[in-house]
Design a protein around this ligand. Structure first.
Ligand code: ATP
Ligand code: MG
Length: 253
């Protein structure tokens, strides 16, 4: 039987939450949360960790990072990459050769900047061709999917249509190339939830139609100075909540 490769987050609780050993290939997984909660940190962590060799139960792939917000900071990627390299060296116990070095890790993250939704749509359209030329890519991160659709979008019908098209294109890409697609999403306020018109709640941005198309959805949130991940829906796991941390070296338990 073919072994299922996953992408570890380096937070055991979070890995367990989303199916046991991390993010599954072949599917879309959406992480939603307020500013500063750690979406970009997680996106970077996964872009590094997708490269973990198969001998260490990794997916041994490359990453595509589509940045719509301009928040991909190379210095931070270096810190997280060094954290991963250190952790792999510890667990290999000095028996193996260095599994990864910093330069290699950085060269295996293909970075794209999309300044608006037109550029994002164009990138998704050429993705098929890019992936045919880069067969080792095992992860696509979009940071964030919401941002380009939140400014100056007057035509809400068009917005819904484009978002549905993106969700569909990404689902096909994920499945046909056996790639993990990770969407980072913002939160938006909704008024009058559950019959109470005064109630204000935070819900994932982009609307129900889009969110319904994502089979795996996790909400990241803060309570005091602790960070939590709540699994809203999943193809394989039960609804649950776990704690995670962001350290200098990246995402941890
Ligand atoms: P936004 O919606 O604004 O993009 P985000 O969810 O992407 O927010 P991140 O940028 O991923 O948020 O997280 C920022 C947080 O990560 C900081 O507030 C800080 O707590 C933590 N962080 C960033 N760098 C480090 C570091 N070097 N060491 C420890 N924690 C860090
Ligand atoms: Mg961010």
């Amino acid at each position: 039987q073919k072994q299922k490769f996953m992408i570890t987050t380096f937070c055991h609780g979070l890995d367990m939450l989303i199916g046991g050993r991390g993010i599954a290939l072949g599917q879309i997984t959406e992480f939603c949360g307020v500013p500063g909660v750690g979406k970009t940190q997680l996106g970077i962590q996964l872009s590094v960790n997708v490269q973990i060799p198969r001998s260490m139960s990794g997916a041994e792939g490359e990453a595509i990072y589509i940045d719509t917000e301009g928040s991909f900071i190379v210095q931070r990627v270096v810190e997280i990459a060094n954290g991963t390299i250190e952790k792999l060296n510890e667990s290999s116990d000095g028996k193996n050769d260095l599994p990864l070095d910093l330069e290699t890790v950085l060269s295996r993250i293909h970075y794209f900047r999309a300044h608006d939704y037109i550029e994002l749509l164009a990138l998704i359209k050429i993705m098929d061709q890019f992936l045919k030329e880069h067969r080792t890519v095992k992860l696509i991160v979009i940071d964030s999917i919401a941002f380009p659709f939140r400014q100056n979008f007057s035509d809400m019908m068009l917005r819904t249509r484009l978002l549905n098209m993106i969700a569909q294109d990404l689902a096909i890409i994920a499945e046909s190339f056996e790639i993990a697609v990770v969407l980072l999403n913002q939160m938006t306020t909704r008024f009058g939830n559950s019959g109470n018109s005064d109630k204000v709640t935070l819900v994932p941005a982009l609307g129900d139609s889009f969110n319904n198309k994502c089979p795996n959805q996790i909400i990241l949130y803060w309570r005091e100075d602790m960070r939590f991940a709540h699994l809203v829906k999943s193809a394989s796991s039960q609804e649950a909540t776990v704690q995670y941390q962001i350290t200098t070296s990246g995402i941890r338990d």
